[in-house]
Ligand binder design. Structure first.
Ligand code: SF4
Ligand code: SF4
Length: 194
């Protein structure tokens, strides 16, 4: 999790409920607690939520996924239902980046509605990345989408958008996993390993 991941705005009524996806699929690198991505946080009670909610870490308090922060998403986009964890990054000008983490694997990325969502991010100028998680302890794979999708989006060709997304998934799945370097899991590191 990173502080940039929060808009500090959540859609009214958009509660986590029984979802605990970010407690498993994101890294935590804090002075008091470190956790690799892909490993469920030891404080998480599956099906219930945070077992230390009142005293949870500041990074956890600051984090909201895209489903909680974006008005134009219905309940089916909750990450444990959709298989897509959206982590947003903000600048002073507003939304700047979106990492679309395929916690549900390739299948989560092959629908018309996923392609439509990606097209919306890219069209609005948001730097958009497709992210394929690897096994616990391994680096996730990232592919930038804006450049590759520009012509297809401009041509309103949703089929081509879907084909490019499928190719990106296949390319990531064909790569050899690389272990997360211990330096990235040091609290002083500026990057996280989500
Ligand atoms: S992934 Fe989103 S909905 Fe799920 S627990 Fe995290 S913040 Fe809540
Ligand atoms: S401390 Fe709580 S909110 Fe933070 S990752 Fe662990 S279970 Fe989730």
């Amino acid at each position: 999790m990173s502080a940039e991941s929060s808009s500090h705005y959540t859609v009214p009524g958009r509660d986590c409920g029984t979802c605990t996806v970010c407690c498993k699929d994101l890294a935590i690198v804090q002075p008091e607690f470190t956790k690799l991505p892909g490993i469920l946080c030891e404080h998480c009670v599956p099906g219930q939520g945070c077992g230390i909610y009142e005293t949870r870490f500041s990074i956890c308090r600051q984090y909201d996924c895209g489903w909680r922060s974006l008005d134009n998403m219905d309940d089916s986009w909750r990450p444990d239902r959709s298989g897509v964890l959206i982590t947003l990054e903000f600048s002073d000008q507003g939304l700047a980046g979106a990492n679309l983490i395929l916690v549900g694997g390739e299948a989560a990325a092959l629908s018309d509605r996923f392609a439509g969502m990606v097209a919306g991010f890219v069209e609005s100028g948001t730097e958009t990345f497709l992210v394929m998680p690897a096994d616990a302890g391994m680096m996730a794979f990232h592919i930038p989408l804006n450049g590759a999708l520009g012509p297809a989006i401009h041509a309103r060709d949703l089929g081509e958008v879907k084909a490019i997304i499928a190719e990106a998934c296949a390319a990531m799945m064909a790569q050899e996993p690389v272990p997360i370097s211990p330096e990235l899991m040091q609290p002083a590191a500026s990057a996280t390993a989500s």
